[in-house]
Design a protein around this ligand. Sequence first.
Ligand SMILES: [Zn+2]
Length: 398
Amino acid sequence: MHLAFISLFLYFERRIMIKTVKRTYRFRIYPNPSQKELIEKTLGCCCQVYNDFLSMCIESHEADKNYSIKKYDLIKLLPEYKETFPYLKEVDSIALQQTVIHLYDAYVNFFRHNAEFPKFKKKKNDYGYTTMNIKNSIRFVADDIQIPKVGRVKVKAHRHLPESFKFTMVSVSRSGKYYYVSLLGEEEYFDYGEYIKESLDPNNSIGLDFSLKHLFVDSNGNHLDMPTYYQDSLTKLAKEQRKLSHMKKNSSHYQKQLLRVKNLHEHIANQRKDFLHKASRKLANTYDYVFVENLDLKEMSERRDKLKLGISIFDLGYGTFLNYLKYKLEWLNKKLVKVDKFFPSSQLCSCCNYRKSSLTLNQRSWTCPICGFKHDRDYNAAINIKKEGIRMILNPSN
Ligand SMILES: [Zn+2]
C-alpha cells in the first residue's frame, strides 16, 4: 500500500517535468512547374540579397574600421534595395529578411568567434531559403503543405508530426533535382530527471544478439527481420539496375532509367529508416535497459568478407538501428549498455554456465554436455548478453 502510494507520487512528479527539445522534420515536396519557378526565383533573389549585402558590409568596414553594423540597420536597408530591383517584391519578403539576418549572423560570428568569413553564394549550388510560420501561414492541408507565396505544394509526409511539435522556422531547399521542406521547431518530452536511479529496473531489460540471418535475436527468443516489402524493393532495384547497365550511356533512356534507380535508392533508404525507427521506438518504450554486444562493425564487415558470409550487416542496418535505439532510450533517460566484445556470449550455457570453447561460427545449435540443454546459438547468446548486462549494472566494479 505504502509502495503503491510512493510510485503514484513519482508518477505525478514525472508528469510535471516536461521539457522541450529542438527538432527538425524534413519532407520531400513535389512543386508543379510554376511553383518550381517561384522557388527557384526566391532562391535566386535570396542569393542576390546575400551577396549584395555582404559586399555592403565589406565596403562599410573598409571605409570605417571602427564602425560595427547593427542587425536592424541592415534590415532597414531592404525596402529601399527592393525599389532598385522591383522583381524582389514578387518573392516571399520574410525569406529576404531572413537572408539578411543569416548574413548578419555569419558576418558577426567572423569577428566574434573567429569563424570563417562568409563566402559569396553561387546560384548553381544546392541551398535553401528560410521563412517563418506566422499565424499558421505554413500548415499541412490534406496531402499538401501550404507555403507562403508558393501556395499548396504536394508533400510526402512519411511520418506524422508529434502533437506537441510546434515549428516557427521553415526552410525550402533544393538538392539536385529534389525539393525539400524542413520544419524547425520544438517538441515536448518527459524528463525523468532525478528519478533515474530509482526508476530504472535492471530486470526490465532485454538482451539482443546481432544475427546474420535476422536483424537480431532477443533474450525472449523472438527475432526481428527486415520486412518483406523491403526485400521486394531490393529485388526491384537489382532489376532496374540490370536494365540500366544494358543502356547506352547518356542516351535519354539512360538518363530516365538513372533517375528511376536513384529514386528507388532513396525510397529504399526511407523504408529502411522508417522500419528501424519503429523497431527501436518499440524497444525503448518497453524496456529500461537494452543490452547489446559491443561489436566493432567495421572489423566485422572485414571479417565477413574473409569468411564469405555474403551478407552485409550494413545492408541490414544494424549500426543505424543501434544509433536510433541509443538516442530514443536516452530521451526517456533509459540506457543502452554494451557488454564487452570479448564476453563469450555464444559459448556459455545460459542454464549452467558451462563454457563450450570449441563452438565454431557455423554451429547454429549445440547441446550442453553438463546440463543437457539444447541451445539455439543466437537465442542462447541473447540470454547471456542480458545476464551479463544485469551483472554489470548491479556490480559495476567487477
Ligand atoms: Zn548447461
